[in-house]
Design a protein around this ligand. Structure first.
Ligand SMILES: Nc1ncnc2c1ncn2[C@@H]1O[C@H](COP(=O)(O)OP(=O)(O)OP(=O)(O)O)[C@@H](O)[C@H]1O
Length: 327
C-alpha cells in the first residue's frame, strides 16, 4: 500500500518548565492521506496548535519532541534538523493562521508577498512570479487583481486578507495545507465563504487539509474525518458523518451537545462543566475523568488506550475498551 501523505507515529511533545519536562502531547498517532481533509477539534489547551506546529517543525523553543516521529511523503522528519523542515515548508506543507495580519508583512504590497513565495520555492523569474501570483489571487476569489496586487495589508478587509494568505499558502501547490482556526476572527458570512473556498481548493488543486478548530460545526463543513483531542491525547478519530451520528467518547458527546442548532433555539447552550487540566496538573488515569459523567474508579487510575469500535473509528475510553462493548 502507498504510504500516507503525513503520518504521526506515537508522538510525544513536552515543555521544560524549571527542571521538569511536562508532556503536552502524548501518543499522537494519525495519518492524513493525499487529498484528504482532516479536522482536529478540542477546547483551548487540548493540543491542537502544538500538533500543527510539530508538523511544520515550528515548536516553541521550550518544547521538544520527546518520543515518536513524523513522516511526510515517506520521509522521516528529523526533529533537530531545521534545514530539513525549511525545504518542506511552503513547498510541501504550508499553513494559514487565525490572524492573517500578523503573518503578512505590513510594509509590502500583498501581491508582491505572494510572488516572493513563488520566487523562493519555484525558482521562477520575477515576471512569471507576478503572473502566477495574480492568477492565484483570482483563483481564491479576489477581483480586480491588477489593482489589488499593489495594495498593502491594512487596505484589505479581514476576509480579503485571509484570501491573500490562502493564495500565498497555495501558490507552490503544497500537498498539505494546515489551517489553524482560519475563520475564527471573521464574521459568519465571510467565515462561510472562506470555508467554501478551502473546500473548492481541496477539490480543484487536490491539496490535503489539516483543519484545526475548537468548533465541530465548522469542521463538519470542510472535513472528511475528524480527530478529537483532549488534554494532549487523541480521544476519538472517525469519519465526520460517523462522529455526528455515533459519537462515542463522552467528551465528543459533550462537544456535540454544545453545538447550536435550530431545535435548541431560545435555550441556553450547553457547556461541558469544568475545564481542560493544564500540563502541570495532569495525573494518572483518563485525562477527562474529572469532567466525565460516566467515570469509574478505573478511569481515575488507568489511561485508556485507543481502541477500534467500527471501521475507521477509534476511541480512547474505558467504556469502549473491548472492541466497543460498554463495561
Ligand atoms: N509556551 C508554552 N509553555 C508551556 N505550556 C504551553 C506553551 N504553549 C502551549 N502550552 C500548553 O500546551 C498545551 C497545548 O497547547 P495548544 O496551544 O496546542 O492548545 P490548543 O488546543 O491549540 O489551544 P488554543 O485553541 O487555545 O490554541 C496547553 O495545555 C498549553 O497550556
Amino acid at each position: 500500500m502507498a504510504s500516507a501523505l503525513l503520518e504521526l507515529k506515537d508522538m510525544e511533545v513536552a515543555f521544560t518548565i524549571g527542571k521538569r519536562a511536562y508532556p503536552a502531547l502524548q501518543q499522537i498517532s494519525f495519518k492524513v492521506e493525499e487529498k484528504e481533509t482532516v479536522g482536529i477539534v478540542g477546547e483551548s489547551g487540548c493540543g491542537k496548535s502544538l500538533t500543527s506546529l510539530s508538523v511544520m517543525g515550528l515548536l516553541p523553543e521550550t518544547a521538544a519532541m520527546t518520543k515518536g516521529g513524523i513522516i511526510l511523503n515517506g520521509q522521516p522528519m528529523e526533529p533537530a534538523s531545521s534545514e530539513g523542515w525549511s525545504t518542506v515548508r511552503g513547498k510541501q506543507v504550508s499553513m494559514i493562521f487565525q490572524n492573517p495580519m500578523s503573518a503578512l508583512n505590513p510594509l509590502m504590497p500583498v501581491g508582491k508577498q505572494i510572488a516572493e513565495m513563488a520566487m523562493t520555492h519555484l525558482s521562477v523569474s520575477k515576471q512569471e512570479a507576478k503572473r502566477l501570483a495574480m492568477e492565484m489571487m483570482a483563483k481564491v476569489g479576489l477581483s480586480r487583481v491588477e489593482r489589488l496586487y499593489d495594495d498593502y495589508p491594512h487596505q484589505l478587509s479581514g476576509g480579503m486578507m485571509q484570501r491573500i494568505m490562502i493564495a500565498m499558502a497555495l501558490i507552490c501547490s503544497p500537498k498539505l495545507l494546515i489551517a489553524d482556526e482560519p475563520t475564527t476572527a471573521l464574521d459568519v458570512t465571510i467565515q462561510g465563504q472562506i470555508l467554501d473556498l478551502l473546500r473548492d481548493m481541496n477539490r480543484s488543486i487536490g491539496t490535503a487539509i489539516l483543519f484545526i478548530s475548537h468548533d465541530l460545526g465548522v469542521i463538519r463543513e470542510v472535513c472528511d474525518r475528524v480527530i478529537v483531542m483532549y488534554a494532549g491525547y487523541i480521544v476519538e478519530d472517525a469519519p465526520v458523518a460517523e462522529i455526528l451520528d455515533h459519537p462515542k467518547h463522552p467528551y465528543t458527546v459533550g462537544l456535540l451537545q454544545s453545538l447550536p442548532s435550530a431545535d435548541k433555539r431560545g435555550r441556553p447552550l450547553y457547556t461541558i462543566p469544568g475545564r481542560v487540566p493544564s500540563i502541570t496538573d495532569r495525573g494518572p488515569g483518563c485525562p477527562f475523568a474529572g469532567r466525565c459523567p460516566s467515570a469509574t474508579d478505573l478511569c481515575e487510575s488507568v489511561t485508556p488506550e485507543l481502541s477500534q469500535v467500527a471501521a475507521g473509528h477509534q476511541v480512547r475510553c474505558h467504556l469502549y475498551a473491548n472492541g466497543g462493548r460498554v463495561i
